[in-house]
Design a binder for this molecule. Sequence first.
Ligand code: PLP
Length: 400
Amino acid sequence: MSIIAESLGRIKPSPTIAVTTKAAELRAAGRDVIGLGAGEPDFDTPDNIKAAGKRAIDEGKTKYTAVDGIVELKQAICDKLKRENGLTYETSQVTVCSGGKQVIFNALLATLNPGDEVIIPAPYWVSYPDMVLLGGGTPVFVEATAATNFKMQAADLEAAITPKTKWLIFNSPSNPTGAGYSRDELKKLTDVLVRHPNVWILTDDMYEHLVYDDFKFVTPAEVEPKLYDRTLTMNGVSKAYAMTGWRIGYGAGPKELIKAMAKVQSQSTSNPSSIGQYAALEALNGPQDFIAERAKVFEGRRDLVVGMLNQASGLSCPTPDGAFYVYPSCAGCIGKKTPEGKVIENDLDFVTALLETEGVAVVHGEAFGLSPHFRISYATSTEALTEACIRIQRFCGSLT
Ligand code: PLP
């Protein structure tokens, strides 16, 4: 009999981490590989934030803290939510976790009963369905294709709601598509949610600050105050402040939920790293100008990648509003043959052949719940992106 729990059989390891690992293996074997799989900024953590982390060490702030975060950081989060999102929270309504990922995990573990349904628009961030499954719930997918710019339509949301629906997980701008909902688009969804008081909203605002052109970020509780009492607004410092390794994320919502999430955390990881928390405090309270400067760089890279991919035969790449991903369709390559004679039957075949022949690592759309697509992370240098896109064009051009 296996030592491994049955519950683990329901989930799979993160496919995005798997691609990064495969690319690293090929590189170690001497292959020239460009990795476009990882979802993290290539920029460094700003110096003032690093200095705050070092200061925390020197000042001996290296002990356990309150389980769900130091009160100074909770206050800085309240200030941020007020300043940037127009949302009023008290520190008792805020939880700090080891990354945004743990916020979602704690929320689902603290609330799901067997049979509870969680609506997840597809394509989705790979971890949502597996976290729901681990928590004993049932993911319910609502497809949002390129025809609607990957945005879930109100009627489709309404059709997916049942008496068992506990949560909607909402993510804008989205990983993997970069699609962002405008205020009007989001209002159409919140109008539906107002009519269904059994549904809670977990909004993943991780990419709030990575938005381009004139896109204006909005979050559900801001667009519809009637939803405030059943919304968990989740965010973190990983992407906006280039702090993925520091592991600090946060959530704000009703006290009862926040308390239950702290209970889960108290019996699992306890407090997030004290040093990370002091660094995050500086991130939220310190200068913010570099965020827009970096977003401009990302915008330039987005334009480069979208332009070059749309010149590749068989690909079609919409222009995203935010995040640092594009999600092109490879429908025009399906059914074609590689020079080695391999037929591309799906997006996994496409990305596998691309990695093997041209050494470009991307993630297949099936992992995110919408095929035939693939995800490129453009959080890497312009030179690497240009070279990768040249290789993708050559690969697509070689298919017959
Ligand atoms: N939410 C989304 C949409 C993400 O893309 C990620 C990271 O890739 C996370 C949450 C997790 O962030 P963290 O690294 O803070 O756990």
